[in-house]
Design a binder for this molecule. Structure first.
Ligand SMILES: Nc1nc2c(ncn2[C@@H]2O[C@H](COP(=O)(O)OP(=O)(O)OP(=O)(O)O)[C@@H](O)[C@H]2O)c(=O)[nH]1
Ligand SMILES: [Mg+2]
Length: 295
């Protein structure tokens, strides 16, 4: 009998390098939210892929950055660190441009965990001249004793089989921890809230998304219709006004975008109702953070 393999693989790196895009492409479904802006992912998110005898438990993680003073940033940093520490393999993502100080910070954090590390050089679809990859690979190789360096495009799905091959070869033998067909361990409500938050991140400027979070307060589902009540929390009344927009137009767009995605996820019609509420200082209050799902 062939031995089964099973292990945890953290996708780590500085903000915006494409970790969540990679998770989604590896799983062939949209689990993690993505955006052009940094610090989109806040929670570690588990995605399971079982191929033959090998079960890979991927963990998308918040981008590694210097943790600011706010409790939210410390939470994000803690999520990334514990995912890295608890993994058998880390895939450190960087971009096919040049090594940045943020990559160095991420590498240091990964190096502390002393587990097997593969470097994925992402966004190669953006390169006009692919021969520039060779000096980049040499540069990366000189920085750490990586098990492998794999150029990929998470967006276009290039190089992902090669990456998967490298990673699966590093997984320990062991029983599968998830049943075949299991994809994640989070409840549906988590994903509903994240979908609404993605639309906020995508529709609003740089600052507000950092001050907003979404709580799904009610979720009921029948064969043909699901109902979702979501509250968007911000820190100040001025932010509330911005999220709502003139005559409610922005909140309406956010709701429309989110409803379409939720309908795809649930495979039925959805009635989504949204409210915006002010919860002063929620990003820096550990107790409030815990009540909003950041524990
Ligand atoms: N051209 C190109 N863009 C990519 C690729 N991978 C990701 N992106 C884009 O890069 C941006 C950031 O992607 P995310 O997947 O959200 O990045 P992340 O590392 O999860 O970011 P944080 O959660 O903020 O740390 C998005 O606009 C993606 O579409 C790629 O292979 N090629
Ligand atoms: Mg992300």
């Amino acid at each position: 009998m062939t031995a089964t393999r099973c292990g945890f693989v953290a996708l780590a790196g500085r903000p915006n390098v494409g970790k969540s895009t990679l998770l989604n492409h590896l799983l062939g479904r949209k689990l993690s939210i993505t955006a052009r802006k940094p610090q989109t992912t806040r929670h570690s998110l588990l995605g399971v892929e079982t191929r033959g005898e090998t079960q890979t438990i991927f963990l998308d993680t918040p981008g590694i950055h210097r943790p600011g003073r706010r409790a939210m940033n410390r939470y994000m940093s803690g999520q990334a660190s514990s995912a890295i520490r608890g993994s058998d393999v880390v895939v450190l993502l960087t971009e096919a441009r040049r090594w940045m100080p943020g990559d160095e910070l991420a590498l240091r954090r990964v190096g502390e965990a002393q587990c097997a590390c593969v470097c994925a050089i992402n966004k190669i679809d953006r390169l006009r001249d692919r021969s520039t990859l060779l000096p980049m690979i040499d540069d990366v190789r000189a920085r750490h004793d990586f098990q492998a360096i794999v150029p990929i495009s998470a967006l276009k799905g290039e190089g992902l089989d090669a990456l998967w091959q490298e990673v699966s070869g590093l997984l320990p033998e062991g029983e599968h921890l998830f049943a075949r067909g299991d994809v994640t361990d989070r409840p549906t409500e988590f994903f509903l809230g994240e979908i609404v938050r993605e639309k906020i991140v995508r529709r609003l400027g740089a600052e507000i998304p950092h001050r907003a979070t979404v709580a799904v307060e009610r979720f009921t589902t029948k064969p043909h219709l699901a109902e979702v009540d979501a509250v968007i929390y911000v820190e100040r009344a001025s932010q509330k006004g911005i999220v709502i927009g003139r005559g409610g137009s922005r909140l309406k767009s956010i709701g429309q975008d989110a409803r379409a995605d939720i309908e795809t996820l649930l495979g039925r019609r959805v009635m989504l109702r949204t409210w915006v509420k002010v919860r002063r200082g929620w990003t820096d209050d550990t107790r409030v953070l815990a009540t909003l799902g950041y524990r």
